[in-house]
Design a protein around this ligand. Structure first.
Ligand code: MN
Length: 425
């Protein structure tokens, strides 16, 4: 077994405090498409399994008995590959012990509590309390990225950068969002991607204000904002980057909006140091962008008071970012034991913890003119005095700006893994 995997397993064993409990981590089974045939969704092992096995293996189970110790305690049980799988899928027998040996392994340890992580087989009788506790600890232990993970993230960043260069060279009035998607994703593959990390978001014109817009056949027009949020994936690790462009000459208004988001993003990146509370980094960016909107004449009042009232959420309705790695929101959430904030302006945060060296976090401030928010009567009443409503209305179809990089937190200065992707309108 590779050293990185044995190191990783040893780190997890130390973090989980299993006591006398046995650990089972299941990969899960393929899921049938809703077509009533034998077709399945592309198989993705449960992330908790993949982290400990570094392989896709439907039906696989990683088991650990802490009494047996770090060296012999870990066993990888794998299903016996069938002739059908060899013929149709070209599958080969993965390394490991036949899954048939799992039952005797468990019988020899009868009576001990079981912690079942990953996607457990249905017939495992696990201890729900211990399992919930272990899951939170594993989640937290996976947050600092090891060298193998960082190397994969750097490779995905290279493939992602190539895609953005290609898309940008194709960007002109008359091209469709779909054609831009094709250029972007084909270039990801040409540079080693195993797939796009998530559904590529490409929104042009008013579509750029839809936070998770799926590209369609809309034709790009001169003066449109073009917001692209996409990233390449290699072996389950992915980059999550956003850039916003203007086709042709940007208006003064577009330029101002862009500069506000860009400055907030760069200042937030500089704040990604060990010990920084993520909610503080988020609120500082919110404050800065609110001050910018006041300066532009879009919002009215003192930035501190506007953010206090959550008025900024009219234009910046999401959190500043999340952790990324083995999955697009890998390891996000709260510090173990910390409850999710109930303050409306913080409830949308996907992350609430102090940053630590080794974490890879997205920094993605944005400002948008979202009709669903700006036309909402309750918000218009509540924030009557906070917004220059006639000016906001003039820009209801303008769309929005988001800029996102992936930042590795280190003991020294933050490292921007996606700095190679140009950030200019
Ligand atoms: Mn993101």
């Amino acid at each position: 077994m590779s050293t990185f995997l044995s190191d990783r397993r040893a780190r997890v064993a130390a973090a989980l405090h299993l006591g006398d409990a046995l650990l089972l981590v299941g990969a899960g089974e393929p899921i049938l498409l809703p077509e009533r045939t034998d077709q399945t969704y592309p198989f993705r092992a449960d992330a908790e399994y993949y982290y400990l096995a570094a392989q896709e293996c439907p039906g696989g189970v990683i088991a650990f008995d802490p009494r047996d110790g770090d060296h012999v305690g870990w066993v990888s049980f794998v299903p016996d590959v069938t002739e059908g799988e060899r013929i149709w899928e070209g599958r080969e027998q993965p390394p490991g012990v036949s899954i048939a040996a799992l039952e005797p392994w468990l019988s020899a340890r009868r009576g001990r509590p079981i912690v079942a992580l990953g996607t457990p087989a249905r017939d495992v009788e696990s201890d729900a309390g211990l399992t919930a506790q272990a899951r939170e600890l594993l989640h937290h232990a996976r947050r600092p990225k090891d060298a193998t993970e960082l190397a994969l993230l750097r490779r995905t960043a290279v493939a992602t950068a190539a895609g953005y260069v290609k898309l940008r060279s194709a960007l002109r009035p008359g091209i469709t969002e779909r054609a831009l998607q094709i250029e972007l994703e084909a270039e990801f593959f040409r540079h080693g991607a195993t797939r796009p990390g998530y559904g590529s978001i490409i929104g042009t014109g008013p579509n750029s204000a839809i936070l998770h817009f799926s590209p369609c056949d809309r034709v790009v027009r001169d003066g449109d904002f073009v917001l692209v949020d996409a990233g390449a994936e290699i072996d389950r690790y992915m980059t999550d980057v956003t850039r916003t462009y203007v086709v042709g000459q940007p208006s003064a208004f577009q330029r101002d909006l862009y500069q506000i988001v860009l400055a907030a993003e760069e200042h937030a990146i500089a704040r990604c140091v060990p010990g920084a509370e993520w909610r503080d980094v988020h609120l500082a960016a919110a404050m800065e962008m609110t001050a910018g909107l006041v300066h532009m004449g879009v919002m009215r009042g003192k930035p501190e008071s506007l953010v206090e009232q959550d008025a900024h959420t009219l234009f910046f309705p999401h959190g500043l970012g999340h952790l990324v790695g083995l999955g697009v929101r890998d390891g996000s959430g709260q510090l173990p034991g910390r409850a999710k904030s109930t303050r409306p302006g913080l409830a949308t945060l996907r992350l609430d913890l102090p940053l630590q060296a080794g974490y890879v976090v997205t920094v993605e401030p944005g400002l948008y003119f979202i009709p669903a928010l700006l036309n909402d009567p309750a918000r218009r009443e509540r924030f009557r005095d906070c917004v220059n409503w006639p000016l906001a209305e003039q820009h209801l179809h303008l769309g929005g700006v988001r800029i996102e990089d992936n930042i590795a937190v280190t003991a020294g200065a933050p490292e921007n893994l996606t700095a190679a992707i140009p950030k200019n309108l």
